[in-house]
Design a protein around this ligand. Structure first.
Ligand code: DGT
Ligand code: CA
Ligand code: CA
Length: 364
């Protein structure tokens, strides 16, 4: 079997970069994206921060209050509430670009994917490096986003490599360079090795992956059990044969109709929303799904697009909820609408399975 070539792609400071995309002026200031809890005020946590805010020590998972304390004095630092539906739209767009580069495309999460490119590069790392650069360029021009890419012959090393130089990194690790690439990295740079495990090794005087290679499999077995220790033992040597497995982002359902005439009249458009929701809701029930995000889409008379979406508090399969949210979005979208709408659509996403909840879910 020829050597595989695998990309791991991870978008840089994802939520915060999405915010920069729609407001370029954020690029020069510290930006933190917050998930406010229901308790109000500043209770809640930081989802992520741009690299300027990170310089001041702001990071994912930190209480908003701490982050405000760190950035409070800094001019123009900006705290924004997370807008998941919007981040999903950006993610979709970027995934759409990436999947064209892959023989096998594995969606991992909103800001992450593996691509097997063995066939199209004919196993050449030189070609793979160029392909990765091309992909980065296309994401930059079409989505206005930077990402970091790791290229190697397996998923494990590519994941470590994508994280090696961030943001906007591209790290190619050829098979003959794997051992020397991994050697100086921290044990905690191995995916899945958390703080606790890292500390255990630290107590043994082991800090780098090179140090870790000195631990024999029997010692590891005693520490972690067979399965985990086999993983750690192989990971330290850059060994991983897990295949890239085709996986697309979770499905979303949408309906779009062309209106009888172009319009920006709420009364007129809302009638279509009613019909679209009825139709869309049938699909939801048929697939036994709940949705957590509702969006609307305009194709305007000049054929440009406009979208707006909203995350709900809880997953639901209720048609009322779908319609209510779509109508709200419609009203908001029309408030500053210049051009008439030609086609109107509704989409639901963030789907989950309904699994036996039929009886307690309110359908209509
Ligand atoms: P990066 O990749 O280091 O440049 O920065 P991010 O922000 O892309 O970090 P990553 O890839 O670990 O996570 C992707 C997104 O997931 C991130 O933009 C926000 C969200 N996220 C990450 N960590 C946390 C967390 O601890 N809490 C919450 N609520 N969201 C998180
Ligand atoms: Ca990321
Ligand atoms: Ca990620």
């Amino acid at each position: 079997m020829p050597e595989r070539i695998v990309f791991h792609i991870d978008f840089d400071y994802f939520y915060a970069q999405c915010e920069e995309i729609r407001n370029q002026s954020l690029k020069t200031r510290p930006v933190a994206v917050c998930i406010f809890s229901d308790r109000g005020g500043d209770s809640g946590a930081i989802a992520t921060a741009n690299y300027i805010a990170r310089k001041y020590g702001v990071k994912s998972g930190m209480p908003i209050k701490f982050a405000k304390a760190r950035l409070g004095e800094i001019k123009e630092s900006t705290f924004l509430p997370a807008d998941f539906a919007y981040y999903s739209d950006i993610s979709e767009k970027a995934m759409g670009v990436m999947r064209n580069y892959a023989d096998i495309f594995e969606y991992v999460g909103k800001d992450e994917a593996y691509l097997d490119v063995t066939k199209r590069t004919e196993g050449s790392f030189e070609r793979a490096g160029h392909l990765a650069q091309q992909l980065k360029n296309q994401i930059r021009t079409e989505v206005r986003m930077t990402c970091s890419v790791g290229v190697s012959s397996n998923k494990l090393v590519s994941k470590i490599a994508s994280n090696f130089r961030k943001p906007d990194g591209l790290t190619v690790v050829k098979p003959e360079g794997v051992e020397s690439f991994l050697g100086p990295l921290k044990i905690g740079d191995i995916p899945g090795i958390g703080k606790v495990t890292e500390e255990k090794f630290d107590e043994m005087g082991l800090k780098t992956i090179e140090d870790l290679r000195k631990v024999d499999i029997f010692t590891l077995n005693k520490m972690f059990g067979r399965k985990i220790s086999a993983y750690i033992f192989n990971a330290a040597r850059g060994l991983d044969d897990e295949p890239v497995a085709e996986r697309q982002p979770t499905i979303q359902y949408s309906r779009i109709v062309t209106l009888k005439e172009d319009s920006k009249d709420y009364e007129f458009l809302s009638k279509s929303i009613d019909e679209i929701c009825l139709d869309l809701h049938r699909t939801i029930l048929k697939h036994n799904k709940m949705f957590k995000s509702v969006g609307i889409q305009f194709v305007q008379s000049d054929l440009t697009n406009k979208t707006k979406s909203r995350m709900l508090k809880n997953p639901t399969s209720s048609m009322d909820e779908m319609k209510k949210t779509a109508l709200q979005l419609l009203q908001e979208a029309l408030s500053d609408q210049q051009i008439a709408v030609r086609r109107l659509g509704v989409k639901v996403s963030e789907l989950s399975d309904m699994e036996g909840q039929r009886s307690i879910t309110n359908y209509f």
